[in-house]
Design a protein around this ligand. Structure first.
Ligand SMILES: Cc1cc2nc3c(=O)[nH]c(=O)nc-3n(C[C@H](O)[C@H](O)[C@H](O)COP(=O)(O)O)c2cc1C
Length: 263
């Protein structure tokens, strides 16, 4: 079985950027299409604001995507789904069940349950979502926010979920904040999740990763794998092979040998 690469490209960036030796995250897909046509990379970037001094991004994209059926009908270009994580989010119980159903049909490397997007209003999910996701047999990752993640992580791990992704963006007044200012919070979440669950879970750590030193900090906090998002699209980041090489080799040195399928 293909394993998670040491470096993961977070959603939605994995839709656009799939460097060799990384695992892209596709999506986040919802049951229905949201926000018109699929967001072209350029248009997605227009919905974000970069705060240069903070090296922070704030976005309000709110899961714009073509809907899960489009993926079922025509798998996206690029890496085969068996080598990609597919991220999903449901707005109702029925949507979650439909998404789980469709995910099984797609047979991705793993499904990521995105229950932490700050741009879609109140987040809710069925009480037995985690157990039913685990029962599909597809490896499950639950992506948590940088704050108030404790109860959701407990409930996910209690239901048999063996991987967590910490973290999504930080909810702020104008949307979700990513980049450098997120890093202390995300690192803290990784450390606390590791302290709480010990070796029982795999953790993908991400938020503000920009250099090999950041990877070392996430490894020290207890992450098994490392995720990069907005660094890939910062102003001036034209050639992905250049920045990826450094971060990817640091991730290779620091990743654990934990298997995606092991619990
Ligand atoms: C414009 C934008 C869109 C995002 N959309 C998603 C999404 O669809 N699903 C998701 O799980 N996370 C989404 N995120 C969060 C990223 O995947 C990542 O977890 C977050 O940005 C922190 O990592 P970073 O600091 O490396 O960017 C989005 C972030 C940004 C900036």
């Amino acid at each position: 079985m293909v394993n998670l690469e040491p470096l993961v490209i977070s959603a939605p960036f994995g839709n656009y950027i799939q460097p060799a030796g990384t695992t892209p995250t596709l999506g986040t897909f919802t049951a229905l299409r949201r926000g018109g046509r699929p967001a072209a990379f350029g248009r997605a970037v227009l919905t974000m604001r970069y705060y240069r001094r903070l090296q922070a991004w704030v976005n309000r994209i709110g899961l714009r995507n073509p809907g899960i059926e489009s993926v079922v009908k025509r798998p996206p270009h690029g890496r085969p789904l068996a080598e990609a994580i597919v991220s999903v989010h449901g707005f109702t119980d029925d949507e979650w069940w439909l998404l789980l159903n469709r995910i099984t049909a797609l047979a991705p490397l793993a499904v990521e349950l995105n229950i932490s997007c700050p741009n879609v209003g109140e987040l809710s999910w069925p009480a037995d979502l985690f157990r039913r996701a685990v029962d599909t047999g597809t490896p499950v990752i639950v992506k948590v926010p940088p704050i108030r993640y404790e109860a959701m992580a407990e409930s996910a791990v209690g239901a048999g979920v063996s991987w967590l992704h910490a973290t999504n963006t930080l909810p702020v007044a104008k949307g979700g904040m990513s980049g450098a200012p997120l890093k202390p919070l995300a690192l803290d979440a990784v450390q606390k999740l590791r302290a709480t669950f010990g070796p029982a879970v795999g953790i993908i750590g991400g938020g503000g990763i920009r250099c090999p030193g950041d990877i070392a900090e996430y490894a020290h906090a207890g992450a098994d794998r490392f995720a990069v998002g907005t660094y890939a699209i910062r102003p001036g980041a034209v050639r992905h092979d250049a920045w990826v090489a450094d971060i990817r080799s640091a991730a290779r040195r620091r990743a654990s040998t934990r298997d995606l399928a092991s619990s």
